[in-house]
Design a protein around this ligand. Sequence first.
Ligand SMILES: C[S@@+](CC[C@H](N)C(=O)[O-])C[C@H]1O[C@@H](n2cnc3c(N)ncnc32)[C@H](O)[C@@H]1O
Length: 407
Amino acid sequence: MDIQVNQRSDYTFKYNQKLARHGWLRLTPAYSVKLVTEMINKISPESFILDPFSGTATTGLVAAEQGLQAHCLDINRFLIWLGNVKCRNYSFSELDDFNQRIKTTIHQCKFLINQECWTPEIYNITRWWSTHTLKIIAALRQALVSEFGEPKEGDVSSLAWVAFCRLVIETSSAAFNHVSMSFHEQVTRYEVEQIEQLYQSILEAIINSISHPLAGKATVFYADSRYSVSNDVKYSHVVTSPPYPNRMSYIRELRPYMYWTKFLDTAKEAGEIDWQAIGGTWGMATSRLQNWDSNGIELSGSLNRIVSQIRESENKNARLMAKYVEKYFYDMYLHFDNLRHNLRDNAVLSYIVGNSSFYGIPVKTEKLLEESLHQLGYTNIGSNVVRKRNSKKELFEYCVYATWKEF
Ligand SMILES: C[S@@+](CC[C@H](N)C(=O)[O-])C[C@H]1O[C@@H](n2cnc3c(N)ncnc32)[C@H](O)[C@@H]1O
């Protein structure tokens, strides 16, 4: 391994935070606009890009900014909604109308504070927001619902909801010092004028960031990328960053947004989404994993060896983690298998993935995915290291690439 490779924070979500639409809401596992730009900068205008693991739609948005066409897929309805809000053009007249309506809506907040406004069923909610702040946020939410209704696709009022999500996170005690989210010790008490001001400034920044129309077109759809990609479209490029086998739950970080926008009602639903997510292990996803079986489908010999080594490790969760790793590669295999139906001849695949390790046993994600691609008849397969991850010393990110040739 080339020990000269460094952490390259410009190749992480951090690079995106001040970049217009890309910076609206953070998702730690989002990849960097710079990296995506480098991956697609030589793509011709006739290309059709697919991102089967869209997340915050970084690929779709970079593609649309560069005048290209893209389809993006995800299983998380909040991310699909957010992605489509980010990748849409907004006309002057609809923005004008929206600006008038939002002004009066914000002023309604004051009058609703002492009413019983809805708050989400977030476990231990006062750990996130003080009781006083909660009342104000709930009142603002009520004002938005009365004026625009709940968040919906294709409506300019979605901008108000994105700003609301940003407000919710900025006023919370959530701390993002680590890879996974944690909490500050204390919650801050905000007054109504502060919340109104903060909301207005967030909204202003969002509206400023959409002043440049997008030259291309990207759309985000709901799909489970293990099974279905899309009916009859054939793509020339797949540019994506799927989940890694590292037990990261996307729902964990997205929970506050998803509850407040009613994309999520219960903890049970969160577990359901994580079970569908490749590499998901939140709540019920873990208990279901115990009973999961590959139905005798054999993947590569090297995967079997790694899975057995993990299973035989001295740890009470060793069997479960062995299943976790096995299922991750099984799901990625299903994805590569089904993907073939939607690829043009000579389609090029670029997957940004991270390696992992369980009880000291290295899981070389890039090599194991290369083997799956090989088994499925892809050609020109390889990988190169992109960056070192900050956590453990042996963790890196790679770009796994391949080409699909029709016979
Ligand atoms: C690493 S994130 C992608 C981040 C993205 N590149 C970005 O910049 O925001 C992986 C995404 O894959 C989605 N996902 C996981 N399993 C999926 C599946 N079976 N089908 C479709 N999407 C899935 C997750 O919901 C998550 O949004």
